[in-house]
Design a protein around this ligand. Structure first.
Ligand code: Z5A
Length: 212
């Protein structure tokens, strides 16, 4: 059976993942490919319900509950949406996936990385991205971008925006550590540049993947 390609975008808040995921999928579609954009947490009906609880800063969540929610979301997302789309030959562009669990719950919250790898394997049914792009940015710059966005009213604060900068720095280190450990799958792109420059780098790496 034809198998599509699974591309994930990762990075700290405000690094441009959502913007770039939409641009990439649009460009791929324009180029005659069938591409879908999805995100975690979310992407399915159950996932959107989980996302609403997960992101609401007014809902108190223990860190273990937080971890189990993102895993439950992933289990549903992979089985209901991502794998079927890949099996139909589509390119799936996903805004956050299992590396976010490693970075946020592992490096940020301090859960054991081996435990997280096992849980991620269960939740993802062993599905690994073909390519992961980490959009790397100083946490202060990312937070400035999300605060500017909140000021303009397009979105409010979420569970992690209230965390200290130190938490977000650990998360950033987590993404960079994953990239170091898995260079064949994960690439790092400097996101502290113009939208167009970042888009061009992503496009060239994705073209390489699709040619290969
Ligand atoms: N989470 C977790 O803990 N564990 C997990 O396993 C998973 C997730 C899967 C999801 O939040 C939260 O879930 C996330 C981690 C946690 N929380 N945090 N932090 P989300 O989906 O609501 O939000 P996000 O993933 O953090 O993304 P974001 O804040 O929306 O940022 P973004 O998608 O990276 O950036 P953006 O929305 O594309 O851009 C942000 C702003 O910057 C926007 O106004 C853009 O127009 C602007 N922008 C974008 N690119 C540029 C450039 N190049 N220059 C200047 N301005 C730019």
């Amino acid at each position: 059976m034809a198998r599509g390609r699974f591309i994930t975008l990762e990075g700290v808040e405000g690094s441009g993942k959502t913007t770039q995921a939409a641009i990439l999928a649009q460009a791929l579609t324009k180029g005659g490919r069938t591409a879908i954009v999805t995100h975690e947490p979310g992407g399915t009906r159950a996932g959107e319900a989980i996302r609403a609880i997960f992101l609401d800063p007014a809902v108190s969540l223990d860190v273990a509950a937080e971890l189990l929610l993102v895993l439950a979301d992933r289990a549903q997302h992979v089985r209901e949406k991502v794998r079927p789309a890949l099996e139909a030959g589509k390119i799936v562009v996903c805004d956050r996936y299992s590396d976010s669990t490693t970075a946020y719950q592992g490096y940020g919250r301090g859960f054991d990385l081996k435990l997280l790898a096992d849980l991620n394997r269960l939740a993802s049914d062993g599905l690994q991205p073909d390519l992961t792009i980490v959009l790397d940015l100083a946490v202060e710059t990312g937070l400035e971008r999300t605060r500017a966005r909140a000021k303009h009213g397009s979105r409010g604060a979420d569970r992690f925006e209230g965390e200290r900068a130190e938490f977000h720095r650990k998360v950033r280190q987590g993404f960079l550590a994953v990239a170091c450990a898995e260079p064949a799958r994960v690439i790092v792109i400097n996101a502290d540049r113009s939208l167009e420059a970042v888009t061009a780098d992503i496009r060239s790496r994705v073209d390489e993947l699709l040619k290969g």
